[in-house]
Ligand binder design. Structure first.
Ligand SMILES: Cc1cc2nc3c(=O)[nH]c(=O)nc-3n(C[C@H](O)[C@H](O)[C@H](O)COP(=O)(O)OP(=O)(O)OC[C@H]3O[C@@H](n4cnc5c(N)ncnc54)[C@H](O)[C@@H]3O)c2cc1C
Length: 289
């Protein structure tokens, strides 16, 4: 690739070419996926990078593979395509809801799941808590190397990801559980969520919760699991009212984030009702046969 000296967007047609181009640009370049976060850089008073490498035309990054024991999602799959592909897989309701209810239809047709996970400054990303519940691993590709790490680890190293490294795939184990995603938009549907609760539960033969994963988004700068609430749900039937009561008891572990739109305390205060909503939606979800 001949990197122009002025500003550029280079459309890569294959993964090796994209990685070469990103290496050539170094710190002056970055991947361009859906562009829905990058396009709003001026609003956030952030400078654009001089060079972008567009990854949306790379076939392997726009594919979704659904196997009996694993689902693999290319990083450049859009929110709309992801929601459509998972529509008939109840165990992935949490991710279909996250991808299918974020922003608005025009944005969902552009925004990618890889962009959602890679955007360090975006606390309200819907797919992050959903994928934390689903025990997601991510594949990071660089020149001559591909590494697979857990999503929680990726979120830790994300701010310091070196130029030339690309999130290429998301890998999800299939576990036959009930899942749901509850979000409270700031004012109306299409707004950023004030808070998000994603939930995934599996049951034993007596319909008691065997394992639970709950993740909270938008309340703190980075989404994270709510492990004490997970532990509180295990060993008993999933009761939305009881789950909400436990959430009231345990909500003080979140400090919340202040923003121009909302005070921190408000984001924390809505968590119990979102837990209840997520539990109701999960119980309503069909189990896969
Ligand atoms: C008004 C508005 C409201 C929105 N509301 C929501 C919402 O409520 N919930 C929600 O989840 N989303 C929402 N979005 C969409 C949100 O911007 C995207 O979900 C996501 O954060 C960015 O995805 P993108 O594909 O557009 O990434 P881009 O804008 O292309 O890139 C974002 C960042 O990630 C980097 N990047 C992108 N892909 C990769 C990759 N594969 N590997 C490494 N780095 C990469 C880029 O270099 C850049 O730094 C909204 C967007 C808008 C404009």
């Amino acid at each position: 690739m001949n990197t122009p000296s002025a500003r550029s967007i280079y459309v890569a047609r294959s993964l090796p070419v994209a990685i070469d181009a990103l290496n050539e640009c170094g710190a002056a370049g970055a991947p361009f996926a859906g562009g829905t976060w990058i396009m709003r850089s001026p609003i956030r008073h952030e400078p654009h990078k001089p060079h972008y490498v567009a990854i949306g035309r790379i076939a392997e990054l726009t594919a979704i593979r659904i196997d009996a024991d694993v689902v693999e999602i290319g990083a450049a799959v859009t929110h709309a395509a992801l929601a459509a592909a998972l529509a008939d897989l109840p165990e992935f309701n949490v991710l279909a809801m996250a991808a299918g209810r974020s922003a608005n239809p025009a944005i969902r047709a552009m925004a990618t799941v890889g962009g959602n996970l890679s955007t360090s400054g975006f606390a309200a990303a819907d797919c992050v808590p959903a994928l934390l519940c689903l025990e997601a691993e991510v594949e990071i590709s660089s020149r001559g190397d591909q590494t697979r790490i857990g999503l929680e680890r990726f979120l830790q190293i994300r701010p310091t990801l070196e130029p030339g490294r690309l999130l290429t795939r998301i890998i999800l184990p299939r576990r036959g559980r009930k899942t749901a995603h509850a979000r409270l938009p700031l004012r109306k549907s299409g707004d950023y969520p004030a808070a998000i609760v994603s939930l995934a539960v599996s049951f034993d033969a007596a319909a008691r919760v065997q394992a639970a994963r709950i993740a909270v988004g938008s309340v703190e700068p980075v989404a994270r699991r709510w492990e004490r609430l997970e532990a509180a749900l295990v060993g008993r039937p999933l009761d939305p009212a009881q789950a909400a009561e436990a959430a009231v008891e345990l909500a003080n572990e979140f400090s919340g984030r202040d923003s121009v739109e909302l005070p921190a305390w408000y984001r924390v205060s809505v968590l119990p009702s979102l837990v209840r909503r997520a539990a109701v939606a999960a119980l309503d979800a069909k189990m896969e046969s």
